[in-house]
Design a binder for this molecule. Structure first.
Ligand SMILES: NC(=O)c1ccc[n+]([C@@H]2O[C@H](COP(=O)([O-])OP(=O)(O)OC[C@H]3O[C@@H](n4cnc5c(N)ncnc54)[C@H](OP(=O)(O)O)[C@@H]3O)[C@@H](O)[C@H]2O)c1
Length: 368
């Protein structure tokens, strides 16, 4: 297959190098804003790639929503397969891009968009074909996992560790997407939509990040044998989906509690195969590029559409339903309550008006 590669940054560079080892894949053209001195054709606009009949596959690694969306949509309309690592654009234009791929008889893949180097979305796609997935959840953001792991092991404050994560390159200069849970939420949208053949929208999922976490919160959990993680969870219900992203307390003996540093740990629950978990590097040039390459090889081997041809259903997010256990912290006081996610989130909204630093956490195993 002949590839039109967009972007030559952390992931693009690693992907280019990986392709050189693959006899079935050739990067014919690279869209780049400055010369890179590579043996492929270097172009500074998307048109030559879109208009080249020899390019069968476009690999989008420039990031951001625009012009990535325009390039992906245009490639699909030109009946070229597309692989991207860009969760933001696929999440924002999910239905449109999935439909465009199907309508034009080409494949769209974004496995590196959730879980970086972990074959998470591709495994969801495979499992959803033969079993009924009832829930997906996990630690999907490496930056917040690094901060929370270090807060737990070193007794350091959130502010100190955020600064350290920025110095180490784990967190962006503007860390909002990571620390407020928006990045994890986008990855949850991709995971849930694929698992449940749904069309959930990002903005419908309540999201609480870790920026209010304190050293006292860490100590409170430690005394009770619990460990903090930022967890994103979606469960399929009759006609709807329960979904939220929020700080979550796992017993210290669980794999989730022991997944430290910038790693990701994601799990799915299916009717016949039960729980399956995937652990590994959620980011980084080589791991992410490896998933991009795996998508390209799947397409080269004949993969079609968007992981599966199953029709999608516009399920809405509904956080009513079964009661769960929640921890509220306001003005230094901790209270554990049993209520539905909708009730807990509503109560948290009210509490936060009085105490803007209040915290809500989910206790999947109840109070120990
Ligand atoms: N890095 C990771 O660990 C990771 C993990 C999972 C997913 N991803 C996703 O992978 C994608 C790429 O991430 P990255 O880390 O490789 O980003 P990056 O290092 O910032 O690289 C982006 C590249 O795209 C180029 N670019 C940006 N806008 C462009 C435009 N309009 N036209 C032409 N080139 C353009 C940049 O060019 P200049 O060099 O000229 O600025 C740069 O070379 C993103 O969607 C990201 O979310 C990354």
């Amino acid at each position: 297959m002949q590839i039109g590669l967009l972007g030559y940054g952390t992931v693009g560079k690693a992907f280019y190098a990986l392709c050189e080892e693959q006899p079935s894949l050739t990067v014919k053209s690279l869209l780049t804003r400055r010369p890179r001195g590579l043996p492929c054709q270097e172009v500074d606009s998307f048109d030559p790639i879109r208009n080249d009949p020899e390019v069968d596959l476009v690999v989008e690694l420039i990031g951001g929503i625009h012009p990535a969306y325009e390039y992906i949509a245009s490639a699909l309309r030109a009946k070229k397969h597309v692989v991207t690592a860009n969760k933001a654009v696929v999440c924002a234009y999910y239905r449109e891009l999935v439909d465009l791929a199907a309508k034009n008889g080409v494949c769209l893949r974004c496995t590196a968009g959730a879980g970086g180097g972990i074959p998470w979305l591709s495994s969801i796609g495979r499992i959803a074909r033969m079993d009924s997935i009832t829930a997906v959840e996990g630690i999907l953001n490496g930056t917040t996992n690094y901060i929370l792991s270090e807060m737990t092991s070193r007794n350091a404050s959130y502010a100190e560790l955020l600064k350290e994560a920025q110095q180490l390159g784990y967190a962006e200069a503007d860390p909002t997407d990571d620390v407020e849970g928006y990045d994890a939420r986008r990855k949850l949208v991709l995971s849930a939509n694929l698992a449940f053949s749904a069309l959930i929208k990002e903005q419908d999922i309540p999201c609480i990040g870790i920026s209010h976490m304190t050293v006292a919160d860490i100590a409170w959990a430690r005394e009770r044998g619990l460990v903090w993680k930022l967890n994103a969870r979606a469960e399929k219900k009759e006609g709807s989906v329960t979904a939220f992203v929020c700080p979550t307390l796992f017993p210290a003996s669980t794999p989730e509690a022991q997944s430290n540093g910038s790693a990701n740990l994601v799990s799915l629950y299916a009717k016949r195969i039960g729980k399956q978990s995937f652990f590994g590097a959620g980011a980084g040039g080589w791991p992410t590029a490896s998933n991009v390459l795996a998508d390209c090889l799947d397409i080269s081997a004949g993969a079609s559409a968007f992981y599966s041809d199953r029709p999608t259903t516009p399920l809405s997010v509904d956080n009513n339903g079964e009661q769960k256990t929640w921890l509220f912290r306001s003005y230094g006081h901790y209270t554990v309550r049993r209520e539905t996610a909708a009730e807990a989130l509503e109560a948290y909204g009210a509490v936060s008006e009085a105490d803007p630093r209040a915290l809500l956490a989910y206790l999947p195993y109840g109070m120990l």
